[in-house]
Design a protein around this ligand. Structure first.
Ligand SMILES: [Zn+2]
Length: 104
């Protein structure tokens, strides 16, 4: 899976900025330590794993549809009276992305 951001495209710019900020340090020791930190930054996919789930329909009548989150069980009611409300893309309780999977 590709990371959501790209270290490499920003690296040169970052290094220049660090050297400029720390130009009073002739050994560039501190600057190089900061650049090492930049290079060891975890990719976003390691930090925030997207949890996938889906809305499971419990019951539906002419007024409302009742769903629960397949991950955490959070219940939501959607109005059917005027038009059928679309189910949310994310669970408001556990933050799961509702594109399938993770069913309990
Ligand atoms: Zn949930």
């Amino acid at each position: 899976m590709k990371a959501l951001y790209d270290n490499d495209s920003y690296r040169e710019e970052f290094i220049e900025a660090v050297y400029e900020l720390l130009e009073d340090d002739p050994t560039r020791d501190r600057a190089n330590q900061i650049i090492d930190l930049f290079d060891s930054a975890p990719e976003i996919e390691d930090v925030a794993q997207v949890v996938h789930s889906r809305w499971i329909l419990d019951s539906s009548d002419e007024y409302a549809s009742h769903y629960h989150c397949g991950k955490c069980g959070e219940e939501i009611d959607l109005c059917n009276e005027i038009y059928t409300e679309p189910t949310p893309n994310y669970c408001p309780n556990c933050g799961a992305k509702m594109d399938g999977g993770g069913e309990k």
